[in-house]
Design a protein around this ligand. Sequence first.
Ligand SMILES: [Zn+2]
Length: 103
Amino acid sequence: MEDCIFCKIANGEIPSSYVYETENVYVINDIAPKAKHHMLVIPKKHYKDLTEVDNVALLAELMSVVKEVTKKIGLKEYRVMINNGKSAGQEVFHLHIHILANQ
Ligand SMILES: [Zn+2]
């Protein structure tokens, strides 16, 4: 989607603090971390938020990536959060999962 920062990162148009990726999902460090570790797990395809995703396999892949990337980094205690919609605190309207950890 044009003018979407997460689509531009997925397409390599904007640099990011890359952490990990799979075929359909990528992980970056949040540019304004709110914890010692603050990563974003993002589908490469544009979805405004969770309500737009009807692909159960993608939902499974997103959570699988949460598990893989936290294991890879050695995090055992962390918080997983999705802000879904403006009133819920969503700031970038391309679905993303926050992983926050202070260990
Ligand atoms: Zn997008």
